[in-house]
Design a protein around this ligand. Structure first.
Ligand SMILES: Cc1ncc(COP(=O)(O)O)c(C=O)c1O
Length: 361
């Protein structure tokens, strides 16, 4: 009997991929988990009690109802956008997938480097043409000529705003110029905008029919619920509605989002705390000699080891002390991204880093 040949069935673009690595917390007890840009603030006991009480009557015997009037009304008010111009995703990851799934093969996918890895991964297995836009090595901004001199073809741009993992915003004028060119679609991914003082692009949805804005509730304390939103004008959103699976958001998540939109003040407080902790952590990191710390408008800070000889020691130190931060490969191998934790976690991290500087180098 001949053997089963996987390559006869699965696309080369999938065979060539590695699965997305989610950090494995081998011994979670005592680990400092600061790698996934989640919020480490746990909601108060009182909020959790009221939440449990609210969702307990959710009808899980029926398929979820994403067109629930209560939820849509709340979201329309929250984002000042009519419901016809947004759809929900099982996290914004799913929405990135829906966008890329809908594209013709000759649309070039333009992705800053470095940026959020899922743009690249999903574009690859959809066999799309990818063009990496190398960011400035110091400011991490887009090159001033982004999109200029592109004489032909149709392009889509993915801009994480602020950018993951660099923490900065790209020049708004560059983004607007790209939107003015109707051979482009521009996706502004506002996963981290809650931590920045920049204005959202959502208000431009009625102005630019080639604009897509992504939002997620993951970064402000609800990563476990998996709820993202895509905003776009009628033309684009009507196509995405055809691709979106009908019951992609489960009933418990829908009820939860309704509850939390009516009880948002605790998130607002936690966002403020995260911002003030970020600024404190940045000042402390800047004082350390063995790393360069980069300013951030998000809920994480990017650092770079100044000396590549310290890399092996640093990685061992992190592992031994169960410090889980995001590391990178290739061009970025000296970089690490640290999620802002609670005050106690941030202090612990700085104490560890001081110890490393004083005793291990
Ligand atoms: C820029 C950016 N977009 C989207 C996501 C995905 O978020 P979600 O949890 O909504 O899938 C992330 C998560 O890290 C991100 O960094």
């Amino acid at each position: 009997m001949s053997s089963f040949k996987i390559e006869h069935f699965i696309k080369n673009s999938v065979l060539g991929l590695s699965a997305y690595k989610v950090s494995e917390v081998v011994e979670p007890q005592g680990a400092l988990k600061l790698d996934a840009n989640e919020s480490n603030y746990i909601l108060s006991k009182e909020t959790r009690r009221r939440y449990a009480n609210f969702i307990k009557d959710t009808l899980i015997n029926l398929y979820p109802d994403s067109s629930s009037k209560n939820l849509l009304k709340l979201l329309e008010a929250f984002y000042n956008t009519p419901a016809k111009n947004f759809i929900f995703g099982n996290g914004s990851d799913e929405l990135i997938s829906i966008i890329l799934l809908s594209l013709k093969k000759d649309v070039a996918v333009n992705i800053p480097a470095p940026s959020f890895s899922m743009y690249d991964i999903i574009a690859r297995y959809n066999d799309l043409k990818i063009n990496h836009i190398k960011l400035d090595e110091k400011s991490f901004d887009l090159p001033k000529n982004t999109g200029i001199n592109k004489n032909s073809g149709n392009n889509i741009y993915f801009f994480s705003y602020p950018n993951n993992p660099t923490g900065n915003h790209f020049d708004r004028d560059i983004i607007k110029n790209l939107l003015e060119n109707k051979n482009n679609i521009v996706v502004v991914d506002e996963a981290y905008i809650y931590f920045s003082n920049k204005e959202s692009f959502i208000k431009y949805i009625p102005v630019y029919d080639n604009l897509i804005v992504l939002r997620t509730f993951s970064k402000i304390g609800l990563a476990g619920l998996r709820f993202g939103m895509l905003f776009a004008g009628d033309k684009l959103i009507n196509e995405f509605k055809k691709i979106k699976l009908p019951f992609n958001i489960n009933s418990l998540t829908l009820s939860s989002i309704e509850f939390f939109l009516n009880n948002f003040t605790e998130f607002e407080k936690n966002i403020k705390k995260t911002i003030s902790q970020r600024d404190k952590l940045y000042s402390a990191l800047k004082k350390l000699d063995f790393i360069t710390a980069y300013p951030s408008d998000a809920n994480f800070i990017l650092i770079m080891l100044k000396d590549n000889k310290s890399k092996i020691k640093f990685n061992k130190f992190l592992k031994y002390n169960k410090i889980i931060i995001r590391s990178f490969e290739g061009d970025m191998e000296l970089f690490y991204r640290i999620t802002i934790g609670t005050p106690a976690e941030n202090k612990k991290l700085i104490d560890y880093f001081k110890d490393f500087q004083e005793n291990m180098l």
